[in-house]
Design a binder for this molecule. Structure first.
Ligand SMILES: [Zn+2]
Length: 175
């Protein structure tokens, strides 16, 4: 019976790779995980993000609310730190390396400054796949090099998300 159930279970939720406490989903990993919270406090955006998370129905809606409320340079910082949190999570998972929040934020912002100084505008794309219960399945980030506008970047991100999902052979995806 037990073995049978295990065989039928397609997806087994794991605890957060970064803090080990809660089920890992994007909501936890990028907002409420102590690591994420420490990063947002370091960046000075935590209070705003927390109040928006109370109004949001899920991670994607929360992101949309950020986009509607915050200015472009703050959003750029946030995008870099989101990416930093994701990278930190992977480093913890694969190399057992734990970086303090100050380092995550400062290296993310440094990278952003380098890109601005180089005069090029690289586009970072992040995507998160969740099942119908909002449980985290997988995530992916990508950086495009080149100067493109916001609309083009959105299109590239969407195209990237489409081909990513296509490659995973899942159906009924809501973007
Ligand atoms: Zn966590």
């Amino acid at each position: 019976m037990n073995g049978n159930l295990q065989k039928k279970q397609v997806f087994v939720p794991i605890s957060c790779a970064t803090c080990g406490n809660e089920w890992e989903n994007s909501w936890h990993l990028f907002i409420y995980c102590p690591m994420a919270k420490a990063c947002w406090e370091e960046l000075g955006t935590w209070n705003k993000m927390l109040s928006l998370s109370n109004e949001a129905d899920g991670f994607v809606q929360w992101l949309f609310k950020l986009f509607q409320t915050l200015d472009v340079s703050t959003l750029e910082n946030i995008a870099m730190v989101l990416w930093g949190i994701w990278r930190t999570r992977n480093e913890k998972l694969w190399n057992k390396m734990v970086k303090p929040a100050e380092i995550v934020v400062s290296s993310a912002l440094q990278l952003l400054m380098d890109w601005r100084a180089n005069g090029s505008r690289n586009i970072g794309v992040g995507m998160v796949l969740r099942d119908s219960d909002g449980v985290f399945i997988s995530a992916k980030t990508n950086v495009f090099v080149g100067r493109v506008g916001i609309k083009d970047a959105e299109a590239m991100a969407f195209k990237e998300a489409l081909s990513w999902v296509e490659g995973m052979n899942v159906q009924d995806v809501i973007f």
